[in-house]
Design a protein around this ligand. Structure first.
Ligand code: KIV
Ligand code: ZN
Length: 509
């Protein structure tokens, strides 16, 4: 069977999802999870876009081994030089340069003629090749490009030294048969195509990103670009887990393998969701909470008799834990460590100790600690790293006869500060005080609260989305107290907002 390369762009295109910015440490955690998952290429960021992106690409290139690390660059010298500066410590660094080739982009966005675009693409690839032979070229908005022109560009950039040529469906416009046909034509018409790997990068605006990518593989593409949980610009990118499991489950029709260690799929999916604050929809294929749940009596009966009646893949194959060990107040370090490992986390001794401390505190409040509780506490204690703000203390008073009041203590840039105030409910009071303390005035766009597990002692998981000056940020947190969970989620979102703002400020420089 032929191998298809998995190019993961969770840290670049994925981070472009509204509200999903990650800080340096968080990006490193995701990169290390992708390394364990055995993706072929990690696109770690867009180095010239902000100092934060530069640092993240540099750190990931320096630390990750066993996967190629790519950095994005527009087709100009400054971008490529900056990308190389970040990438050069890597084991097998890749410069990924791009320019749009569709009439709509060339005319309205670039204001360049096709010949100028072709010349710029060739110059950029030649410049990148001065640093490394591992150069990828992307023809942005390839799907809406003139095929003749696209083929000329692809041929010219291969001649200039590109070893991977990417044909993106930037706006998620293609349908599978059409896209497969397009890739087939490029393969037939470009005389030197055998000197490069053909890649595809499909967006999901019509929900067809995975189908389009698979059609391209059947037509000859040997790299697919994708993200964990399908996150990405607008409706997102092709989802890694769906692509990989489709190839694996339907090897009879799609005889292509990947290097992916599928048992790391679920832990990586949860890690990305917990870090970005972007929840995974319950009915999401492969990794959603309902992906292996059988609700109807007929289905349950069938599965109990023979799993394959209603299961085309097993939960174990994607790393969904089947270990039913439930923790409680009397569980010790050993049981906790085993549970953490079974959930797919790879923690240092120090991180394990900190998580264990949080577990003990939770087990004192709550009789049974489930897997989802352990996930939530690891997310807060270990995975999410507060930037500017941290909640130290919260006290609220509310009820039928009192004006809801809140007292909040926040650690802000290392200094503890306290304030009190009121609101029309305890959550509103807590949010108002946090706003007063931080001097921020974000608008709450979305607030939702879910019970992580069953029972009245369950932890509440709060998701918020806030907006300030047109910048969105998501936050998520869990606690047995819903007001505390809300305040922590709000602070989490404020940290993300801060990070996102620095990034968009730098991008406009
Ligand atoms: O969607 C797109 O075209 C991109 C390119 C930069 C590859 O993200
Ligand atoms: Zn994209």
């Amino acid at each position: 069977m032929e191998t298809v390369k998995i190019f993961d762009t969770t840290l670049r295109d994925g981070e472009q999802s509204p509200g999903a910015s990650m800080n340096l440490e968080e990006k490193l955690r995701v990169a290390q999870a992708l390394e364990r998952l055995r993706v072929d290429v990690i696109e770690a960021g867009f180095p010239i876009s902000s100092p934060g992106d530069f640092d993240a690409v540099k750190m990931i290139a320096d630390k990750v081994r066993g996967c190629e690390v790519a950095g994005l660059a527009r087709a100009n010298r400054a971008d490529i030089d900056r990308a190389w500066e970040a990438l050069k410590g890597g084991e097998n660094p890749r410069i990924h340069t791009f320019i749009a080739t569709s009439p709509i982009h060339m005319e309205h966005k670039l204001r360049k003629s096709p010949d100028q675009v072709l010349e710029q693409a060739v110059e950029a690839v030649k410049h990148a090749c001065r640093y490394t032979s591992n150069v990828e070229f992307s023809a942005e908005d390839a799907v809406r490009s003139d095929l003749e022109f696209l083929c000329r560009v692809v041929e010219a950039v291969i001649e200039a030294g590109a070893t991977t040529v990417n044909i993106p469906d930037t706006v998620g416009y293609a349908v599978p048969e059409e896209f497969g046909e397009m890739i087939r034509r490029v393969m037939e018409r470009v005389p030197n195509i055998d000197r490069a790997v053909v890649s595809v990068h499909c967006h999901n605006d019509l929900g067809l990103a995975v189908a389009n990518s698979l059609a391209a593989v059947e037509a000859g593409a040997r790299q697919v670009e994708c993200t964990i949980n399908g996150i990405g610009e607008r409706a997102g990118n092709a989802s890694l887990e769906e692509l990989v499991m489709a190839l694996r489950t339907r090897a009879d029709r799609l005889p292509y393998t990947t290097r992916i260690d599928t048992q790391h799929i679920y832990p990586t999916s949860r890690l990305v969701s917990l870090i970005t604050g972007l929840p995974v929809q319950p009915n999401k294929a492969v990794v959603g909470a309902n992906a292996f749940a059988h609700e109807s009596g007929i289905h349950q009966d069938g599965v109990l008799k023979e799993k394959t009646t209603y299961e085309i893949m097993t939960p174990e194959s994607v790393g969904i834990p089947t270990n039913a060990l439930v923790l409680g107040k009397h569980s010790g370090r050993h049981a906790f460590r085993e549970k953490v490992k079974a959930l797919g986390y790879d923690l240092t001794d120090e991180q394990m100790e900190s998580a264990f401390e949080a577990f003990k505190a939770l087990a004192d409040k709550k009789k049974t600690v489930y897997d989802e509780d352990v996930d939530a506490l690891i997310a807060e204690r270990v995975l999410r790293l507060p930037d500017r703000y941290r909640l130290l203390y919260l006290n609220v008073n509310s009820g039928t006869v009192t004006v809801p009041t809140a007292t909040v203590q926040l650690l802000m840039d290392g200094v503890a500060r306290q304030e009190a105030g009121f609101g029309d409910g305890p959550v509103d009071a807590a949010f108002s005080v946090i706003k007063k303390l931080t001097g921020r005035k974000p608008r709450l766009v979305h607030f939702s609260i879910n019970s992580i597990t069953g029972g009245t002692d369950a932890q509440a998981e709060v998701s918020v989305r806030i907006e300030e000056d047109g910048v969105l940020a998501n936050g998520q947190a869990a606690d047995t107290d819903i007001v505390v969970a809300s305040a922590k989620a709000f602070v989490h979102a404020l940290n993300k907002l801060e990070h996102r703002k620095q990034k968009s400020f730098a991008a406009h420089l």
